[in-house]
Ligand binder design. Structure first.
Ligand code: PLP
Length: 398
């Protein structure tokens, strides 16, 4: 059996042709393919605006900047996620406060968030970064209510969940990143995510002001708009002899401290091409999940599993296993490269330096001792999946 990773990209000939066409065009970095990708992505997600950026981490950083996170601002995140979810707060000098997960959903537990908020004077916390971990959508309708009570913003980290949704109190599907409940949401196009662009990220929102600010922050904080300039037209022109109200065509202004977080046009072309197959991939992920669910149901060495959950986008399929280390090594010996998601962020030495320690997030820590992500990607064949299941069963049953 050839090596089976826990996740992988799927690049088709059509993807390759699209990228090659773009390489032959006039634009390499940000050009017409960016707008095309943004529009197609916004339509897919069901939001008003989308901003393509260099990667998911840059997307988080720009969100933190757009929401004006400052030195000492407290922001709540879960510890079971990729470190970038909390790092964006630190980039702006904010303070990360972790809230433990719900052991059944593996998502940030709203009751733990509520406890934090109730335990401090109003205004102590500025925002929440909930994560649609593994592809399971956080119920943002509930988080929005709580956030409104305490005047908090929400950045939804939806990197695992394009196409995922939860069902709201009116019975309607609310797709991850649709901007209905969170001010901003972010996605990643790292090869292991649902839509691969090499590197890449997207911010989605329904808020026009935030959208416009993000566009400026993406390119150094530079503004190019006749109506928005702060310096005089005489300064811009370099002469007092100016007629009319048009600034010279070369003129532009850096009005805030931004970054170069642009995506290239050929990455955007790849992303757009991949997006066309997103639903197909999602359907295949759900099929694979259903097979795992059935295979492990009732096995006493499996303590928990992702299971069948409506709207789950199955970026990861996780089981909580007895003797996880033994299983992991056994599977490696069988050419199956399962993975662990994640080492709790609050116990990373960097975050420990702020005082976080073992025992602070008991549910996340217990989850970490048992979790293992099984192969999950659209091109995983039925035979390969059966081999994975057989190997797991033989590890425990022999
Ligand atoms: C991948 C990922 C990120 C960061 O995305 P990059 O594109 O790799 O920078 C952030 N949050 C989560 C949950 C992720 O899985």
């Amino acid at each position: 059996m050839k090596a089976i990773p826990y996740g992988r990209q799927n690049i088709t000939q059509e993807d390759i042709d699209t990228v090659v066409d773009t390489l032959k065009s006039d634009y390499l970095t940000q050009g017409p393919k960016i707008k095309e990708f943004e529009e197609a992505f916004a339509k897919y997600i069901g939001c008003k605006y989308a901003v393509a950026v260099a990667n998911g981490t840059a997307a988080l950083h720009l969100c933190a900047l757009a929401l004006d996170i400052k030195e000492g601002d407290k922001v709540i995140t879960p510890p079971i996620t990729f470190a970038a979810s909390s790092n964006c707060v630190r980039y702006c000098g904010g303070e990360v406060v972790f809230a433990d997960i719900n052991p059944d959903t593996y998502l940030i537990d709203i009751n733990n968030v509520r406890k934090l908020l109730e335990g401090s004077p109003k205004g102590t916390y500025k925002g929440i970064v909930p994560v649609d971990f593994a592809g399971r959508a956080v119920n943002l309708e509930e988080f929005r209510k709580l956030a409104d009570e305490y005047n908090l913003w929400i950045i939804e980290d939806a990197c695992h969940a394009p196409g995922g949704y939860f069902v709201d109190s009116k019975g309607e599907k609310q797709f991850c990143g649709n901007g209905k409940f969170a001010e901003l949401a972010i996605f990643s196009f790292h090869p292991v995510k649902h839509i691969a662009a090499g590197e890449g990220g997207m911010i989605t929102t329904n808020n026009k002001d935030l959208y416009e600010k993000l566009l400026i922050l993406r390119t150094h904080g530079i503004v190019k708009s006749n109506d928005a300039y702060k310096n005089t037209i005489e300064f811009a022109a370099g002469t007092s002899d100016v007629k009319g109200n048009d600034y010279p065509n070369w003129y532009m202004e850096m009005q805030m401290l931004g970054f170069n977080y642009r995506l290239t046009d050929f990455q955007a072309a790849l992303g757009t091409s991949q997006l066309k197959r997103a639903d197909e991939g999602l359907a295949r992920r759900r099929e694979i999940a259903a097979v795992y669910e059935k295979a492990f149901n009732g096995k006493n060495y499996i303590k928990g599993q992702s299971g069948a959950v409506e709207g789950h986008a199955y970026h990861l399929y996780i089981i909580e296993a007895e003797n996880r280390l033994g299983l992991y090594n056994y599977l490696r010996g069988k050419n199956i490269f399962a993975q662990i998601h994640y080492i709790p962020t609050h116990l990373m030495p960097y975050y420990k330096s702020f005082g976080w320690k073992e025992g602070d997030m008991p549910l996340s820590e217990n989850y970490y001792r048992h979790c293992i992500s099984l192969p999950m990607y659209p091109t995983l064949s039925s035979d390969e999946q059966q081999y994975v299941i057989d190997c797991i069963n033989s590890f425990y049953e022999s």
